[in-house]
Ligand binder design. Sequence first.
Ligand SMILES: [Zn+2]
Ligand SMILES: [Zn+2]
Length: 132
Amino acid sequence: MRERGFRVTPQRMLILDAICEGEEHTSFDEIYERVQSKAPGINQATLYRTLDFLCELRLVVSAEIDGRTVFEIAGETPHHHLVCRRCGAIQELADYHFLELRTHLLREHGFKADINHLAITGLCSQCTQSGT
Ligand SMILES: [Zn+2]
Ligand SMILES: [Zn+2]
């Protein structure tokens, strides 16, 4: 963050830390709880704004999984997820699968897609095998 010339406020640091504490995906409420335990002065509106800001900087990525928004520290390269709508299993999907799609959208549609943290829902292999 510092390298990119943005101000690292203690508040932003605290929120980044709170996301890092999460295993992988952390919900807004979880982040809020962790932040609250350290800095009770930060309210939900501030947290929303800061998360938005961190997402814009691509330091944090968010995704809609199982109807809730989750946050995670962005890695070097984007990654995506396959989310089973029956058992909730989540698999990681590498970014290279989307390179072609991105290029296509840009070339043919002049559309610069924000494909930085996709959650694709469906049925996992186990649930597919178990039928219905
Ligand atoms: Zn993720
Ligand atoms: Zn499943």
